[in-house]
Design a protein around this ligand. Structure first.
Ligand SMILES: NC(=O)c1ccc[n+]([C@@H]2O[C@H](COP(=O)([O-])OP(=O)(O)OC[C@H]3O[C@@H](n4cnc5c(N)ncnc54)[C@H](OP(=O)(O)O)[C@@H]3O)[C@@H](O)[C@H]2O)c1
Length: 289
């Protein structure tokens, strides 16, 4: 009998693809759930099974979960996040799956409740998972280097200073590759490491410190300038409102957290902001050259 595939939702996105690549490298059988089979085939070749489907289509979820024992639960920030993820989780429980590894919101968006619409949505899914007869672990990653820090670097490379609502409010940025490494670890481990894991990079960095690092790396002054974050425009969608709330929470210092969780699970340090910046600048220089 062939081994049970690991189902990955959100597989073609920023983080999901890193998880799939790692599972393939470990020669694990992977099934990806996607609305875009051609994109999945281009990304992963013949190394994966493709389950064509969409969260709102229960029949496609049922088919995707057939025979899968473990799954990575990931979906984008949206007004349908709770319904989408609960539909996947219920289908997983109904099909007899054993374990869900959920990519949740950052810990500071979830706790305390009521400060972030995105965090509250993830919290509702976490509570629901707790009622299902499955092993589950919810990974709560801090802000990803590949999103906001990469954006800051891009701005500076195009001649801007580092803009931030509070240049002295730090963030325990995490490299998405470390989140993927932990997700794979938790998919494959004999037992999950807990109900929720607060994942961060090795230390907290403020926008002012990041400006200093960029200044040293580029050999020119880079300023950190305080700038009031734009409020969500009237009629803004769920994701835009969530992002505006993140900026306010970060400015209040809520993301200034570094935990030892990645180190204790993977027995190595998480990747640092310094390493990410130098790697990013080297690849930008290679592209420019
Ligand atoms: N960025 C951060 O700093 C941060 C921090 C903490 C937590 N997070 C969490 O990370 C998650 C976002 O991860 P990401 O940035 O990797 O996502 P992403 O790049 O936006 O990818 C979204 C994925 O979801 C799939 N998808 C979207 N709608 C779907 C639908 N209706 N049916 C089936 N699949 C659907 C897409 O697949 P197809 O298009 O192929 O169908 C795609 O693979 C969010 O839950 C967010 O809260 C992010």
């Amino acid at each position: 009998m062939s081994p049970a595939p690991i189902l990955v939702t959100g597989a073609t996105g920023r983080l999901g693809r890193l998880v799939v690549e790692r599972l393939i490298a470990l020669e694990q059988p992977v099934r990806v759930f996607t609305r875009r089979p051609e994109t999945a085939r281009k990304l992963f070749g013949k190394a994966v099974q493709i389950a064509l489907g969409e969260f709102a289509d229960g029949t496609s979820l049922e088919a995707a979960l057939r025979g899968a024992e473990r799954l990575l639960l990931l979906s984008p920030i949206s007004a349908t996040l709770v319904a989408d993820q609960i539909a996947v989780a219920n289908a997983a429980a109904a099909s007899g799956a054993r374990r869900i590894v959920k990519i949740s919101g950052s810990d500071w968006t979830i706790d305390p409740p009521g400060s972030s619409i995105s965090g509250d949505a993830h919290a509702a899914v976490e509570r629901h998972l707790g009622k299902l007869p499955l092993e589950r672990v919810c990974l709560r990653p801090n802000a990803w280097m590949q999103v906001s820090l990469a954006n800051t670097i891009r701005q500076v490379l195009s001649g801007n200073p580092v803009f931030a609502a509070n240049p002295d409010a730090g963030v325990g940025y995490i490299d998405a590759r470390d989140i993927a490494d932990v997700a794979v670890h938790q998919l494959l481990a004999d037992q999950v490491a807990g109900e929720t894991l607060n994942l961060t990079g090795p230390h907290v960095a403020t926008p002012r410190q990041i400006a200093g690092l960029l200044s040293a790396a580029l050999g020119r002054p880079v300023a950190a300038i305080g700038k009031t974050p734009a409020a969500a425009a009237p009629g803004a969608d769920f994701e835009q409102r969530a992002v505006a709330q993140f900026a306010t929470l970060i400015a209040a210092g809520r993301a200034a957290v570094a935990t030892g969780v990645v180190q204790s699970l993977l027995h190595r340090s998480p990747r640092s902001v310094e390493a990410f910046i130098s790697e990013h600048l080297v690849s930008e220089a290679a592209l420019a050259g």
